[in-house]
Design a protein around this ligand. Structure first.
Ligand SMILES: Cc1cc2nc3c(=O)[nH]c(=O)nc-3n(C[C@H](O)[C@H](O)[C@H](O)COP(=O)(O)OP(=O)(O)OC[C@H]3O[C@@H](n4cnc5c(N)ncnc54)[C@H](O)[C@@H]3O)c2cc1C
Length: 179
């Protein structure tokens, strides 16, 4: 595989945000993802106030806030004893630009980042492309890739096999099973 610029392995939230940051800085970037679509199984869903300025710098904050909802506190509850610990963002008001958290499933956030990445002229995501390794010599770095024979089979409840990027973001997730 011949490419110039940055190669990132994995279209998870880390790979996509890094890719968007490079692309916005004018640096060509290629993301290699072995699956055929984003993994939107229910996982991370709360993005705390301290990362929101980073989302703003990537230009995704408005879309993310529109797709998710704003949280002004968190309560951890231990069902067996009834104990709970509540955290409020009130002390942050007036001190940080975004004194709230964003509640949005990481699959939905991934789709937003991907939308923005697609608008970048020097960014591309290669699906069904598995990173196998790399070789380096004095002429450069060669990335070895392949097409995986085993693909992820897990899909969110109620969805058909995803064909990236068909699913709109902001759709209900399956968090009820974690409540
Ligand atoms: C069941 C579950 C529940 C979770 N719940 C929460 C939660 O409630 N709150 C929270 O904060 N976090 C949660 N997490 C953790 C969170 O999902 C991860 O921290 C986050 O996904 C990590 O992002 P990432 O981009 O580093 O990796 P990933 O999201 O794992 O993305 C890595 C990507 O790289 C691809 N890849 C891997 N190897 C290769 C290769 N060789 N070639 C090409 N592509 C490759 C994979 O297919 C994948 O798409 C949960 C995780 C799981 C599994």
């Amino acid at each position: 595989m011949t490419t110039h610029g940055i190669t990132i392995v994995g279209a998870g939230p880390v790979g996509l945000t890094a890719a968007l940051a490079f692309a916005r800085a004018g640096i060509p970037v290629t993301v290699l993802e072995r699956e055929d679509s984003l993994n939107d199984s229910p996982r991370a869903a709360i993005h705390h106030w301290c990362v929101l300025p980073f989302f703003e710098s990537l230009g995704i904050l408005d879309d993310a806030m529109a797709a998710g909802f704003r949280g002004i506190g968190l309560t951890f509850r231990r069902l067996s004893t009834g104990e709970s610990i509540s955290l409020s963002v009130d002390p942050l008001v007036g001190h940080v630009p975004n004194p709230y958290s964003l509640h949005l499933g990481q699959g939905d956030l991934g789709r937003i980042i991907l939308d923005h990445l697609r608008r970048q002229p020097h960014a591309r995501v290669l699906w069904k492309t598995e990173f196998l390794g790399l070789d380096q010599d004095e002429t450069g770095v060669t990335v070895r890739i392949g097409t995986p024979t085993v693909s992820r089979t897990c899909a969110p409840a109620g969805s058909s096999a995803p064909t990236e990027p068909a699913a709109p973001y902001g759709t209900p997730s399956t968090w009820t099973s974690k409540a």
